[in-house]
Design a protein around this ligand. Structure first.
Ligand code: DX5
Ligand code: ZN
Length: 297
């Protein structure tokens, strides 16, 4: 497509880069088609740029454009995005690998700064490390006060969808444009108290709207039923546009049909996916949410 080559498996020439990443002071480690082969790259920066484009072609494009390589259930069906917030952090790579094998479409990355929300999780170094584990689309949900300061770092670390909170962005139009400039899909999240119409003037800049169905900060909270109406309002507002409506918080096989019927297509679920132990349990949990949601669309 577009004269480019699309890989669905890692090309044999891909190597892990051993250059020291100037930002983190540790080996870059990211996959690159040329690293270690012909020494053409002069800096980690260029290695990262190349490896990100490699990843976009393998990971995000099938999810978003419906090319022949795409998983059909992602093309126009329900997208399940397990939140690793509910995983066992002491075995993070294994957990991400398990949800990949269990059928997750996207990996939802809850970034919290202890300021915008009263909790602290992880940032670009952890996201970058996880890029070795899966080719699934990385869906970064930035619950941070000043997302503009680190957008480049998240893109460089391998985030493919970057979602900021409307409540944290005084210059939302500029922030969303910057996310797209970085080659990522631009999302905006709305806290439960924020009305849908705060997005009315930035719809042209958006690829995704994330409706919070809990107050952000913690996993395992109860679904706020009033948000179903907001999802329906957003569906009307975005009719005819290529914007994915995503929901996050308290999503289970019981609440999934409510949000799917209202128009949500991407469903984040933390505690309802990471229930039980390992791949088989996670697969059953993902399937239950997907089936319940699909039946309600
Ligand atoms: C909340 C996070 C959610 C959370 C969802 O601030 O954005 O992604 O992990 O967890 P559950 O599915 O357990 O409500
Ligand atoms: Zn989230």
């Amino acid at each position: 497509q577009g004269g480019q080559q699309w890989w669905t498996v890692r090309p044999a020439s891909a190597r892990e880069c051993s250059a020291i990443d100037p930002q983190w002071g540790s080996p870059c480690g990211i996959l690159c088609l040329d690293a270690g082969i012909n020494g053409r790259h002069q800096s980690c920066e260029s290695l990262n740029a190349r490896s990100l484009s490699f990843r976009r072609r393998t990971a995000i494009t099938p999810s978003w454009t419906g090319t022949a390589q795409a998983d059909m259930h992602v093309d126009d069906g329900i997208i399940i995005a397990p939140s690793i917030l509910a995983s066992n952090f002491s075995r993070l790579a294994d957990e991400v690998s398990a949800i990949d094998r269990a059928g997750a479409d996207w990996i939802h990355l809850d970034v919290m700064d202890g300021h915008f929300v009263p909790n602290l999780t992880f940032g670009p170094p952890v996201i970058k490390a996880l890029r070795h584990v899966t080719d699934r689309t990385f869906d970064a949900h930035l619950m941070v006060s000043n997302p503009d300061a680190l957008l480049d770092s998240y893109a460089k670390a391998g985030a493919e969808i970057i979602t900021v909170h409307a409540e944290a962005c005084p210059h939302l139009d500029r922030t969303l444009s910057r996310i797209r400039e970085l080659g990522c899909r631009a999302g905006v999240s709305l806290n439960p108290h924020s009305p849908a119409d705060v997005l009315a003037n930035v719809l042209d800049r958006l690829d995704l709207i994330l409706v919070m169905t809990v107050n952000p900060g913690f996993g395992g909270q109860s679904f706020i039923g009033e948000m179903v109406e907001k999802i329906a309002t957003i569906r009307q507002m975005t009719a005819g546009r290529d914007i994915v409506i995503e929901v996050d918080g308290g999503i289970t096989a019981e609440t999934a049909p409510l949000v799917a019927a209202a128009g949500a297509r991407a469903l984040v679920a933390g505690s309802a996916v990471f229930k039980g132990d390992g791949e088989a349990a996670y697969r059953a949990n993902i399937d239950a949410i997907r089936t319940a949601a699909a039946a309600a669309r």
